[in-house]
Design a binder for this molecule. Structure first.
Ligand code: SF4
Length: 702
């Protein structure tokens, strides 16, 4: 792969190409390493990398500061008398082996739970699934992507027959004529993507943004659909109504490639602009303007993110927006299609390789006997040993209260901050008889642990991730692991050996695991068999599916057919439903949550970076001045927010760029600053995604 940059190499430094550790853009960067010390001293963007083309956001430019950060955990820690003390790896493993075996013997293997994450490489994500099922023998495994990508997965599976987050490569966006962004504050959450829209607009493309807030993304839109939180499927149905009535349907495409059009037509008949406006709060003229703008575009892309997905009907929302692209005949074509922005770095790959409660590698289903047979053979176990499907992330944490799960291994994840109804989750973590956490900083979850195992950062190991486009890319090792830290794959393999399953985990490096993953995924929907480290380097990444070594990969999916039984996509014909909690006399306002540009997810990494903390040190309650005046609140004053679950105090931040009935709070902080104390754990029936984005709240001046 070309690694030339426009940067000047400084004397005495090497540049090592890799990718940012944070969001699903996985922007290309070179890490600057001091040749004399081997220390990481900085980052430069990669100009030749197709996704970011020389751009990085504030998180990306400071990501390197994690590597040598003084807060790094450098030795295993064991809690003794309520305090962590340094221990040897042997001591830590002895304790883990004893406790896991004791608990499994006493309560059964399903009393052990594994909670994974998708900020890890594909190799590690794959191994987490195998570790749970083969080393621990438990069905209780799920991961933090449940809170992030599961509704997109459910919606895409239901409509398109497969869960690849983007149907097109990102550089195509330069040639699209219209972008319909729903529930994505791209400018703050995936900042390097916003330039694709700016550049598209420079050549006349239109931008439609559906968001309750006038975010920096909505501010540059041609039409801002300022919908009431929780009304996405109503809005999408209303747009579909106009597309059908105004003759924008691609009849030939629909006849040949799409099922369910008559049902959709009938169902959206009542979603007139007037009715849709009443449900969503968006002015009729704006709905009509947006529908015509989208309908007239020759090449258009519908894109969405957590605003649409983190709802109790997130799958329906994704399906309803995907319907628009299908009836316009836009999927499987150049510069057109549908995409979701992946939140976590490996949010795409991390959901493909078996970390989900019901899935095996390659998106195989645990309920499919042939899939169980195949993966058992790859793993060298008897199919009868394969545990069945478990439960979703929040349900697994909740099950601790019932005594179902008694010990847990949390791997590079921070559910104490990222879970809804957080106080309930904290109590669950306290109740565990034994908790092991792998991390490189002491997260809020790690503070509950009995044993903390120090892991490497992304710069200290190699492997692959799969970016938001579905492009499999290579993360390179920059320096040796800090202190006694080890890569997660090594830690899991060593614990597997302690659990007498070592022969299934004999790896010397990440590439060996990747080669096993390739075989495990072979023939599955997410087929990586034809992808090698060498091919990734040579081709600037390889898009899956890539079923054999001669295959170049698949930048455009669904060009000829959809991976469904009849080869056709299925429109998701769903009426609209209220949010799980609606405003009432007692709780008269709406609370929604989201990200800010300076922080990443639970903040465990970004809250340690001085520059990012200077820019955004604490959460706040953003509200319209008219809402504030109802409660006699001024900018900067303290307000108490209370939902049916908990209450907390935050500083008021006034803005006219939000609906008058909605309060927004960013979610990157823990403990008493965690807004997830207040959020609703009501789950989507298909994806089991909690409804982070909408709940009813009351305000009080404190
Ligand atoms: Fe990193 Fe995402 Fe920022 Fe790119 S956009 S630099 S991947 S955080």
């Amino acid at each position: 792969m070309a690694t030339e940059t426009k940067n000047l190499h400084r004397k005495g430094e090497s540049f090592i190409p890799t990718h940012c550790s944070y969001c699903g853009m996985q922007c290309g960067m070179n890490i600057r390493v001091d040749d004399a010390t081997g220390n990481v001293v900085g980052i430069e963007p990669r100009y030749e990398w197709p996704v970011n083309q020389g751009r990085l956001c504030p998180k990306g430019v400071t990501a390197y500061q994690q590597v040598e950060h003084p807060d790094r955990i450098l030795h295993p820690l064991i809690k003794r008398n309520g305090k962590f003390v340094e221990a040897s790896w042997e001591e830590a493993y002895d304790l883990i082996e004893r406790k896991f075996k004791e608990i499994a013997t006493k309560y059964g293997k399903d009393a052990l739970g594994v909670y994974g994450g998708v900020s890890m490489t594909n190799e590690k994500c794959y191994l987490v699934g195998k570790y749970a099922r083969v080393a621990l023998g438990t069905k209780h495994i799920d991961y933090n992507g449940r809170y992030c990508m599961s509704s997109a997965a459910g919606g895409f599976n239901a409509t398109l027959g497969m869960d690849r987050g983007s149907t097109l490569p990102w550089p195509d966006l330069l040639h699209s004529d219209c972008f319909f962004l729903a529930g994505s504050n791209t400018a703050e959450c995936h900042p390097t993507s916003i330039t694709w829209f700016w550049r598209g607009r420079d050549r006349g493309a239109k931008l439609i943004v559906a968001d309750p807030r006038e975010t920096p993304t909505a501010r540059i839109a041609d039409v801002h659909l300022d919908l009431k939180p929780g009304t996405d499927s109503a809005l999408a149905n209303g747009i579909a109504h106009i597309l059908i009535k105004a003759g924008y349907v691609d009849n030939e495409y629909v006849a040949q490639r799409v099922n369910g059009f008559e049902d959709l037509e009938k169902m959206v008949e009542r979603f007139t602009p007037e009715y849709t406006s009443r449900l969503t709060g968006v002015a009729q003229e704006k709905i009509i303007k947006a529908a015509h703008m989208y309908g007239e575009a020759e090449k258009s892309v519908v894109m969405f993110a957590r605003g649409v997905e983190q709802q109790r009907k997130g799958v329906d929302n994704v399906g309803s927006y995907t319907n628009l692209a299908l009836i316009r005949g836009q999927i499987g074509k150049f510069a057109s299609g549908v995409a979701t922005f992946t939140g976590q770095g490996n949010g795409q790959g991390g959901r493909e390789h078996g970390q989900k409660a019901d899935l095996l590698p390659g998106y195989r289903k645990l309920t499919d006997p042939k899939a169980v047979q195949y993966i058992s053979q790859v793993w060298g176990i008897d199919p009868a040993e394969m545990p069945g499907p478990g439960v979703s992330a929040y349900e697994m944490l909740d099950s601790i209260h019932q005594g179902t799960v008694r010990a847990m291994h949390v791997i590079c994840s921070n559910p104490a901050v990222s879970s809804p109804n957080a106080q309930h989750v904290w109590k669950a973590l306290e109740k565990l008889e034994f908790l092991v956490v792998n991390d490189f900083f002491l997260s809020e979850t790690a503070e509950f642990a009995d044993v903390v195992l120090p892991t490497t950062t992304w710069a200290e190991d190699e492997g692959t991730t799969t970016n938001t486009e579905g492009r499999v890319i290579k993360i390179n090792r920059i320096r040796k692991p800090a202190g006694e830290s080890k890569p997660d794959w090594q830690i899991l393999s060593e614990i597997a050996a302690r659990m007498d399953r070592g022969k299934h985990f004999e790896y010397e490096n990440a590439e060996q695991i990747f080669n096993e993953l390739r075989v495990a995924s072979k023939g599955g929907k997410a087929d990586y068999y034809g992808i090698t480290y060498e091919k990734i380097e040579k081709q600037q990444g390889v898009f899956w599916p890539c079923p054999d070594l001669d295959h170049p990969g698949t930048p455009y999916v669904y060009q000829d057919s959809f991976p469904t039984p009849d080869g056709k996509a299925n429109l998701r014909v769903v009426d609209w439903q209220e949010a799980g909690e609606i405003q009432s006399k007692e709780f008269p306002e709406i609370l929604t949550t989201g990200r800010v540009v300076f922080h990443y997810l639970s903040g465990n990494q970004t809250r340690r970076i001085d520059f990012l903390m200077e820019k955004c040190p604490e959460p706040y309650a953003e509200m319209h001045p008219e809402m504030a005046s109802k409660y006699n609140l001024q900018d900067g004053e303290e307000v108490e927010l209370e939902t049916r679950r908990a209450k907390m105090k935050l500083k008021v931040r006034l803005t006219k760029a939000i609906r008058k009935d909605t309060v927004f709070v960013p979610y990157h902080w823990g403990k008493e600053l965690s807004i997830n104390q207040l959020t609703n754990p009501c789950l989507d029936p298909v994806s089991r995604m909690p409804e982070f984005k909408v709940c009813a709240v009351r305000l009080r001046k404190s």
